[in-house]
Design a protein around this ligand. Structure first.
Ligand code: HEM
Length: 443
């Protein structure tokens, strides 16, 4: 069966456009071809993109589809071969079960006060009336949070060094060259320390050195009292009684550090923009936060309805992850009126789903009230994907966003450096982020 129709633009240009203007690609294809179309990327692959909730449900949950780790090759240079992102089938499900508990329930609540403390510390360091880069500050907070959750590292020399090296490494993926490394694997040639990819590999080695040192130290000095993820992974045995090896540990830790902080930092930067851009939203949110009292319980913050609506609307309007990971058709299946052959690769467009006028009237308007007026199904509002590969950190990310926002808004007075600026979304590595020059002031 032929693939669904799509733009007949040259595949080299299609790939170049996807790298430089992903929203333009999705908007123009959806306007021309509707709910299902094919993207053709030279040298890489053809991908069918879908955005209609019934189709999404089938793609993400039906046994006609798989969610193979091999389709996520682009993450390999960063997360390594033994990461949950690259695993498939039974092995993938088992690894998810292992990693999930620290991100839920009581464990999560126990992080509430530390997240608040970290937020205050970072915000306190900003000078009065000095423009600060919002994404960088949010990244500092979320990186500290994830290092605490993953390693139990709250302060100290190794934490500062690891933080610095991780930011340097991860920043590469956010540049234009970095985006090309992601999509054009042939550019990844390590020709020594002076070649672009050689430099990236050196940065990677610098991070790994510290991660392996932490693993060694923790193996040598076990402490059952610690509740961080590294402790949990160190104690894990498979059915044959084998413990996870150092490479497995390193790859999973790197996965959580990578997937767990830039996403949340970017979402927070967007949230601060919208809240300060729209006075009505600011007023309503502040009166809700004030009604919670002086030192609100983290769970009261987590449950606050308008704060929840603001966070949801932030993740709807410019979803930090524009699409899910790929899914693969296992047995021929009909989606949005089109038959797809086994082996077809499919991406769910989170962005296009969130821009559907049948679900979200005036979708370009930031209006948190829409989340108070109606409930959306998990295939209508899908910022964290769905099914067997749904975001592992969803609960932590939602919790973190609310605690950080509430802490900052109640303890600091911020404003946009340029109130008339209408912030545009740009690709930052694999994410959709505010423009790099987005700054705010603390007064
Ligand atoms: C606002 C913040 C975040 C957003 C928008 C986000 C979004 C996503 C999305 C869309 C996926 C792919 C889901 C799919 O294909 O169905 C994903 C996967 C993943 N996320 Fe997140 N994420 C966020 C924060 C986090 C955090 C805090 C962590 C960990 C601490 C995390 C860990 C992961 C992992 C490990 C996967 C891969 C799961 C697998 O392969 O089974 N994410 N995320």
């Amino acid at each position: 069966m032929p693939l669904p129709v799509g733009s007949n633009l040259n595949p080299i240009l299609q790939l170049a456009q996807w790298i430089t203007d992903p929203l333009g690609v999705m908007d123009s294809n959806a306007a021309q071809f509707g709910d299902i179309f094919t993207l053709r990327w030279a040298g890489l692959k053809n991908i069918v993109m879908v955005s209609e909730p019934n189709a999404l449900q089938v793609v993400l949950t039906s046994p006609s589809f798989t969610a193979p780790g091999e389709a996520n090759e682009i993450a390999r240079p960063l997360v390594g071969d033994r990461s949950v992102i690259l695993m498939s089938g039974e092995q993938h499900q088992q690894r998810r079960k292992l990693l999930m508990p620290p991100f839920h329930g009581d464990r999560l609540v126990s992080y509430g006060h530390i997240i608040s403390k970290i937020s205050n510390q970072v915000i306190d360091q900003i000078g009065l009336n000095q423009a600060f880069n919002v994404r960088a500050i949010m990244q500092d907070i979320t990186l500290r949070v994830i290092l605490q959750v993953v390693f139990g590292l709250y302060e100290g020399e190794r934490l500062e060094l690891l933080k610095q090296r991780l930011v340097t490494r991860l920043d590469v993926s956010s540049t234009k060259l970095g985006a090309m490394f992601i999509f054009l694997p042939f550019l990844r040639q390590d020709l020594g320390a002076w070649s672009p990819w050689g430099r990236v590999m050196k940065m990677q080695k610098d991070c790994d050195e510290l991660i392996y040192a932490e693993i060694q130290e923790r193996r040598a000095n076990p402490d059952p009292e610690r509740i961080d993820i590294l402790n949990l992974l160190l104690a894990t045995q498979d059915e044959d009684g084998n413990y996870l090896g150092d490479v497995d540990l390193r790859d999973e830790l790197m996965t959580l550090l990578f997937a767990g902080h830039e996403t949340t930092a970017t979402a927070l930067a967007w949230a601060l923009y919208w809240v300060h851009k729209l006075p009505d939203v600011y007023q309503r949110l502040m009166s809700e936060l004030q009604s919670l009292g002086d030192r609100p319980d983290p769970m009261a913050i987590f449950k606050a309805p308008y704060l929840t609506a603001v966070c949801n609307e932030t993740l709807r309007i410019y979803p930090v992850a524009m699409t899910t990971f790929s899914r693969l058709v296992k047995t021929p299946v009909e989606i949005s009126g089109q038959m797809l052959d086994a082996g077809t690769e499919v991406l769910a467009s989170i962005y296009l789903t969130h821009r559907r006028t049948d679900l979200y009237p005036e979708p370009e308007k930031f209006r948190p009230e829409r989340f108070l007026e109606r409930q959306f199904s998990p295939y209508e509002f899908i910022p964290f994907g769905g099914g067997s590969r749904r975001c592992l950190g969803m609960a932590l990310a939602q919790f973190e966003m609310k605690i950080i926002l509430a802490t900052i808004l109640t303890n600091a007075r911020l404003s946009l450096s340029n109130p008339s600026q209408n912030l545009s979304p740009v690709r930052r590595g694999a994410l959709l982020a505010p423009e790099a020059n987005f700054t705010m002031l603390k007064s």
